[in-house]
Design a protein around this ligand. Sequence first.
Ligand code: NI
Ligand code: MN
Length: 230
Amino acid sequence: MSVTFSWLGHSAFHMDIDGHQIVIDPFLTGNPLAAAGPSELNPEIIFLSHGHGDHTGDTVQIAKRSGAKVVCNFEVGNWLMHQGLQNVHQGNPGGGYDHGFVHCKFTVAFHSSSMPDGSYGGVACGFLLTTKAANKRIYFAGDTALFSDMQLIGERKIDIAFLPIGDNFTMGPADSIQAIKWLRPKYAFPIHYNTFDMISQNAGDWANRVSSETDTQPIVLDPGGSYTLE
Ligand code: NI
Ligand code: MN
């Protein structure tokens, strides 16, 4: 029983959770770091943090082909259904639901959310995923500023936290260090950086700070790299 995740660049992930495939924020087409194409992914579930195009990405195409269930906030879900998707599971921050092999609780994220066509995208979210068989707890922060209620999320004993470090649109490296001190995960993984010049960061420098200033182990991969949580 294990969780293997592959970083596809930006905030996009493929994960194998005890043999079940999921995808998070599949922005692949138009993503200069994309390590996979939308036709290569056959998830059971797609988790979407908010409506921005660098997160919704290829969701409609992947879901139409694979039949994946899309888990997202209420307004993003309505928009997806207008695009012709039927298997949509809508939630909102604070709400959890058992999807069988994984439980998903929506967390708050301090960020905006609008759809690629400019329509209202509800509130931005993160996810707290708890895998059933391996009992791993995964915190995917989404696009967010630092917020002190990360201390509450940290009380849930996080195995791995996926945190933005790109700055400008989300928290940057310094705030992510504070986030890690509050979340106290076993592992931390940086996302939402280097995709565009405006969010260029040095992940090696970030990892050195995580190692020297916190008790958390940083994991840094190139796009396409994978890691298994045993
Ligand atoms: Ni965003
Ligand atoms: Mn974004």
